[in-house]
Design a protein around this ligand. Structure first.
Ligand code: B12
Length: 213
């Protein structure tokens, strides 16, 4: 099984005869847990990013790998969501999630949205390149408990501080828990703006539930 998983991950930076989506479908049908396949894909895309940074691979490779991962996630999402349920008696936590202004890296945010739903949380996924005040408008409309900010670009990260500042300016501090995550974010950064931090989509479920329930 580990060979299959390694191949799925590697297919993102070293294309194989079969696409990542085809390999993921075969693994799923062969009984490999969907979450293990997500982990393998995440390891593969991390390696792709490293090779891009080291200039072994270039922007077209990054784009192809990103697209291949998204297609594989489309295969896996129904299986992940099928694990949801069993939480009906509890109050449902509601969260708005999106990528900060300038950032269009949506793979991780979509995984986050799926894993939060699997964990029984109501998610409004508002997409890429979201302006700071739009996060707050959408949270107000939804009656959310929390706002989740995703950022993979250091240039987008300052907008997380703007969301916190705008909440204060609009008299809404404390109404929403703010949680940040994504490759550009560190725990130290989250602490510095008074936000919660989730290093992975899976760990974010507990962080958000603990803060909001
Ligand atoms: C794929 C990819 C792309 C694809 C994106 C495809 C897509 N639809 O998402 C494309 C080709 C479009 C792209 C473009 C660019 N990219 Co890019 N990209 C990547 C790459 C290789 C992988 C990102 C990814 O999907 N990771 C996998 C997911 C699963 O991980 P994740 O996002 O971190 O999410 C997990 C957790 O962090 C968490 N999480 C995510 N969000 C949140 C939010 C909350 C609230 C919580 C709690 C948790 C959480 O949950 C996820 C699952 O556990 C990274 C390198 C890397 N290693 O990250 C570079 C990387 C992010 N890109 C980079 C760059 C520079 C760019 C470009 C500027 C390149 C260019 N010259 O044009 C553009 C910018 C586009 C833009 N405006 O956003 C740099 C960023 C450097 C920086 N620090 O600012 C990186 C780090 C590559 C590098 N090493 O140089 N990219």
């Amino acid at each position: 099984m580990s060979g299959t998983l390694a191949l799925i991950g590697a297919s993102l930076y070293d294309p194989q005869d079969k696409s990542a989506a085809e390999l993921a479908r075969e693994a799923l049908e062969g009984g490999v847990p969907a979450l293990d396949i997500v982990d393998a894909l995440s390891a593969g895309i991390t390696e792709l990013g490293k090779r891009f940074e080291d200039m072994e691979l270039f922007l077209p490779d990054l784009m192809m790998g990103g697209k291949a991962m998204q297609e594989a996630m489309e295969v896996l999402t129904p299986a992940l969501e099928a694990q949801a349920g069993g939480e009906a008696a509890q109050k449902k936590v509601k969260i708005v999630v999106g990528n900060l202004e300038g950032d269009i890296h949506d793979i991780g945010r979509d995984i986050l949205a799926t894993m939060l739903r699997v964990g029984g949380i109501d998610v409004l996924n508002i997409g890429n390149n979201v302006k700071a005040d739009t996060f707050i408008d959408k949270a107000e409309e939804m009656g959310a408990d929390a706002i989740g900010l995703s950022s993979l670009l250091t240039t987008s990260l300052p907008y997380a501080r703007d969301v916190v500042g705008l909440l204060e300016a609009r008299g809404l501090t404390g109404k929403y828990k703010v949680v940040v995550g994504g490759g550009a974010v560190t725990k130290e950064f989250a602490d510095s703006i008074g936000a919660l931090y989730g290093s992975t989509a899976v760990s974010a479920v507990d962080v958000i539930k603990e803060a909001c329930l």
